[in-house]
Design a protein around this ligand. Structure first.
Ligand code: THU
Length: 247
């Protein structure tokens, strides 16, 4: 069963911009990607206390689109100052549409509820088929839970290895762009890893959004292990002097 999050038909650029996670710069950045088949995917900038790990809005929108098995074709933006615009424009030969009116985003069927017969592990395994992995052939899936259900993510790779995103960061960007920022836990699976475990960059991003939360790792041998997210990033980087704005 799918739960409807909310109608987004009353959205405009400022309401989408408000979803930006920019506690360090205070600068809102958002865009919308339209896929070849006409589906729309919003992306917002997701900053990190370690600035270089920040996910630009265009990277978020394109990887979210790709993670849903769609190919980016058009990019709607309000102004040109978007990071990585040039790379993604070239990568998918995107048509850039600068517009004051936000394209009408569909009512989002973001949340899923687990089919009791299927279970979490099987859904994670099924989801691996959606991974976009031309470079690694290493699929990873992630389920991000909220009190209303869960969102799905897979890893996405493009021609420049550094511009792809891990499954964990795809699902987090998808949630933030949809205006969801309260999470309960994260579950991940990498069937080709000896163990399933988030990379260092993902741990840094996870620490920012799910600092004292459960993370459940579903390993290739069928076992799983449960951890507190911050236990995966001991002695983590922090400084109150970096945060400028309360979000
Ligand atoms: N990957 C993830 O999706 N999550 C992780 O935490 C580790 C790495 C992906 C990224 C890339 O597509 C592939 O695995 C190899 O690095």
């Amino acid at each position: 069963m799918q739960l409807t999050l909310q109608s987004t038909n009353d959205m405009n650029w400022s309401t989408l911009n408000e979803r930006t996670y920019a506690p360090y710069s205070g600068k809102a950045k958002a865009c919308v990607v339209e896929s070849r088949s006409g589906k729309l995917f919003a992306g917002v900038r997701v900053e990190n206390i370690s600035y270089p790990i920040t996910i630009p809005a265009v990277q978020a929108a394109c990887t979210i689109c790709l993670s849903e098995k769609e190919i980016p074709a058009k990019l709607y933006l309000e102004d040109d100052g978007l990071n990585q615009l040039h790379f993604w424009k070239k990568e998918f030969n995107l048509k850039i549409v600068k517009t004051d009116s936000l394209p009408e985003l569909p009512v989002e069927d973001l949340y899923h509820n687990l089919d009791a017969d299927l279970g979490i592990t099987n859904r994670l395994k099924e989801l691996l088929n959606q991974a976009v992995i031309p470079n690694s052939d290493f699929p990873v899936s992630a389920l991000l839970f909220t009190s209303d259900g869960y969102l799905e993510g897979v890893n996405v790779e493009v021609s420049d290895w550094s511009k792809g995103l891990c499954a964990e960061r795809v699902v987090l960007s998808k949630a933030i762009a949809a205006g969801v920022s309260e999470f309960t836990r994260l579950e991940i699976h990498a069937k080709k890893g000896e163990i399933s475990s988030p990379c260092g960059a993902c741990r840094q991003v996870i620490a920012e959004f799910l600092p004292y939360h459960d993370i459940i790792l579903h390993h290739a041998d069928g076992t799983s292990s449960e951890h507190l997210t911050l236990d995966l990033l001991p002695f983590n980087f922090k400084s109150s002097s970096l945060k400028k704005i309360n979000v």
